[in-house]
Structure formats: structure tokens, C-alpha cells
Design a protein around this ligand. Structure first.
Ligand code: ASP
Ligand code: MG
Length: 426
């Protein structure tokens, strides 16, 4: 069995969904497990619906729900030849249930309600795609991830119960391949022991594909994207990007840790554990090679990869009494930082100074100053960029530092990390 994952962009309108059917038709004779995200920007819209729900703002809630319903109906009207297709009834029921929730549900816990509402996007998209495939002559079975993927109760960041999930796939999913070549399920959502919907974190559908592949021991996973594969840099910041043909699981985890955003960071581990190859391919050019992520590290070093993080801010803390930076004040510094919920992108220390790099948009500078001012002298430098280069050489470092001042750098054998600032030219 092969697992496919189609993200929001690959099912954003009727034309894209037809393209999904074309891709599926290239795999006749294969057993497919297809994971689908919510259509287009539906998850963002569902988040706004959740906000209106929690604020008890009925007019806003109803307006947003009606708008989402219209969005889905317009796509369906382009796809379905027969206005009596049962998909219309299903979609109507899903929206009626959502509307009814406004009156019936409690509003005690934001994260709980979020999961119950936001996951609707995936339930809609999978139903629509499954019905469309069936209309086009495929035999697909819609399955409910809320009966397959078992998680704990941490709403919005649920952790997988691998053992139960594996058993559920064995009993409720795999046997269906006797009757169906294609099974479709939702990315991003699961359920807890009580049967309530949970979600795996934004952009979590890649991870869902990894979970299914792990539990069913799939032969491969393919993530269909609007890029030709994994590139060695984000084209937004870099021209002349190169597609990586083949990288190791380990390299993929390193790249996503440093901030490469092609695949969700949690996706790789379950696949690595079972040595299931992961393909990243273009849904625009489905016959093209794409990138394969697998065990061999043979090609990892061939092409340097670049990861850019913009809008960084560097804080430096120096103890006012000139005490050395040792374990004691390190733990004090981390304590204070955790109060500010700071997520550290890079850190470095010297005898008297400890420095950390943070995303500028996520920090409140005044809060940091207030937290440290009593004991430390605090300095900060903003509008910085963090450049990470895997498999660097001097030429690649020179290339990324043209017109930049280097504020700080760290190098290991494989990875160079540079904090740089645009030179001010007069
Ligand atoms: N639909 C969810 C999101 O947009 C999950 C995903 O697309 O991976 O975050
Ligand atoms: Mg999405």
C-alpha cells in the first residue's frame, strides 16, 4: 500500500480536485491510502468561526459558516454532474451540525472547542474528494480518522497513542482493502479515548500520512506539493535554487529543525523507524522525479542547503555583579526566559555574557527587559537574519554574506549558522 497526502493547495478548487483524480489514475493497480487536508484556506476560516463561537457572537458565527458553506457548494457545483448526488446531503448535515453547535455546546475550554470545530474542514474535503472519485469511476472508501488515530487529551497538540492507533488501523482500515483499492481519510485530526476530536497541530496532515504509513507498514509515502520537490533553499529568499534528488531521514530532520518548511517536522521519525521512503513530488508535474527521503546518507553532502529566518532579535545578558556565566545563572536565565515563553533559535555564551536569538514578532522586548533588569544588564539588536547552511564551504558562506555584517557565527563540521545584518549604505 502507498500513502498519498494532498494538502490544502492541492484541493483548493474544482480544477485542483480534478487534478487529484488524474494523479490517482496514474496508480491503477496500487492500493492507496489518501490523506487530505482542508480545502484552500478553510482551516484559517474555521479558526475565525471558533473565535466567533467562543465570543458568543452569533451574527458573526452564522455569517462565517454561511460563507464557508458557499465556498464548498460552489466547488461541488462544478464537480458533480447530478444535483441529487448524496454528497449534497452529507455536506448539508455537516454544516447543520456545526450551526447547531452554537446553541448546544458549552464554552469552557477554548482548545477543546477549537478541535471540535476546526476539524470540520477535513471532514468536508475528504467527503467531497471521495464522492468525486466515485463519480469518476474509482472505488474509494471514506474513512474517519476520528476512529483510527488515537491520541491523548492535549487538544490542539495531541500526542499519538501508537499502540492503540496501530490496532485500530489493523481492525478498521486495512481489511477494507479487500473491497476497495482506495481509502481516503482526514489529515490533522484524531480522537481521544472519550471519542472527542483532537488535532495534531497546524500543518499536521503530513504527520497524519506518516502515522498511517507507520501503522500499516506502507511501502512509501508521497506528499504532493506545488513545488518540484525539496529545494536547497526557499525560492522566496534565494534564486537559483536546486532540487535535492535524495536525502537521508536524518538530513530531513535536521533541515526541518533549522526551519525548512517543506514537510512537517514530526513526519519523518515514524517513517525513519520503519524505513519507509518519503517522496515529495509536484502535483503540477506528477510524473517528474521529485525528492526521495530515505535511509542512505550518500547524497546528503552533495548540495549545500540554506535556511533563512528573517526578523530576528539578539538579546545579550551580562550579570551586573560581573559574575561568570556558569550553570547557576544559566538556569536562572532559562527560568526567566520560560516566563516570557521564549523559543530560542540560537544561543551562545562567553565568560560574562549569554546571548539568545528569538523571532522578533514573538517577543515583547519590554517584558524581557522587565524580567532581567534587576540582575542583568540587557542589550538587544534587532532586524537581524539567521542563516543556516548545511554542508557549507567558504564560497557558499561568502555568497550569503554579501552586503551583510556578520554579528555572530557558529560552525560545526556540517552546519554553519550566521547571524547577519544588512549593511547600511549611505
Ligand atoms: N488543515 C490543517 C492546517 O491547515 C492541517 C494541514 O493542512 O496540514 O493546518
Ligand atoms: Mg491546510
Amino acid at each position: 500500500m502507498k500513502v498519498f497526502k494532498f494538502g490544502g493547495a492541492s484541493v483548493k478548487d474544482a480544477k485542483s480536485i480534478r487534478n487529484v483524480a488524474n494523479i490517482v489514475s496514474l496508480f491503477q493497480g496500487d492500493k492507496l491510502g489518501i490523506v487530505i487536508s482542508a480545502m484552500g484556506k478553510t482551516t484559517n476560516a474555521m479558526e475565525l468561526i471558533t473565535d466567533a463561537f467562543m465570543k458568543n457572537d452569533k451574527p458573526k458565527f452564522e455569517e462565517l459558516v454561511a460563507e464557508r458553506k458557499q465556498f464548498h457548494l460552489a466547488i461541488m457545483n462544478e464537480l458533480f454532474l447530478d444535483a441529487t448526488n448524496e454528497i449534497y446531503l452529507k455536506v448539508n448535515t455537516i454544516f447543520n451540525d456545526l450551526t447547531a453547535r452554537f446553541e448546544s455546546a458549552s464554552r469552557n475550554n477554548y482548545n477543546f472547542e477549537y478541535d471540535q470545530i476546526v476539524g470540520t474542514g477535513e471532514v468536508l474535503s475528504t467527503n467531497i474528494v471521495s464522492s468525486f472519485l466515485n463519480q469518476e469511476g474509482f472505488k474509494s472508501n471514506w474513512t474517519d480518522a476520528r476512529q483510527l488515530i488515537r491520541t491523548n487529551n492535549t487538544h490542539r497538540e495531541a500526542e499519538i497513542d501508537w499502540e492503540t492507533t496501530t490496532l485500530l488501523f489493523q481492525s478498521n482500515f486495512q481489511p477494507n482493502y479487500k473491497d476497495f483499492d482506495i481509502q481516503i481519510t482526514q489529515g490533522f485530526i484524531g480522537h481521544n479515548e472519550a471519542g472527542n476530536t483532537t488535532t495534531l497541530g497546524r500543518e499536521g496532515s503530513d504527520f497524519s500520512a506518516g502515522i498511517i504509513a507507520y501503522c500499516c507498514e506502507a511501502e512509501s509515502v508521497t506528499i504532493w506539493k506545488d513545488v518540484p520537490g525539496m529545494l536547497n533553499a526557499d525560492p522566496k529568499w534565494f534564486d537559483n535554487t536546486i532540487k535535492l534528488e535524495s536525502i537521508s531521514f536524518r538530513e530531513a530532520i535536521e533541515l526541518s529543525y533549522y526551519g525548512a518548511s517543506v514537510i512537517h517536522p514530526k513526519t519523518v521519525k515514524p517513517l525513519q523507524n520503519k524505513k519507509i521512503p518519503l517522496y515529495v513530488k509536484s502535483f503540477i508535474d506528477p510524473k517528474a522525479e521529485g525528492t526521495v527521503i530515505q535511509s542512505s546518507m550518500a547524497q546528503d553532502h552533495l548540495i549545500p542547503s540554506f535556511i533563512f529566518k528573517m526578523n530576528q532579535i539578539l538579546f545579550s545578558f551580562t550579570p551586573k555583579d560581573f559574575s561568570f556565566i556558569v550553570e547557576e545563572n544559566l538556569s536562572d536565565i532559562f527560568n526567566r526566559l520560560s516566563k516570557a515563553n521564549a523559543k530560542i533559535n540560537l544561543m551562545q555564551n562567553s565568560a560574562l555574557q549569554f546571548s539568545i536569538l528569538l523571532d522578533e514578532e514573538k517577543v515583547n522586548v519590554q517584558e524581557i527587559l522587565d524580567l532581567f533588569n534587576d540582575t542583568y544588564q540587557v542589550r538587544f539588536n534587532s532586524a537581524l537574519e539567521l542563516v543556516t547552511v548545511r554542508h557549507y564551504d567558504q564560497a557558499t558562506l561568502d555568497r550569503v554574506t554579501v552586503d551583510k555584517d556578520i554579528i555572530l557565527q557558529q560552525k560545526t563540521r556540517e552546519t554553519a549558522r550566521l547571524i547577519v545584518k544588512q549593511k547600511i549604505t549611505v
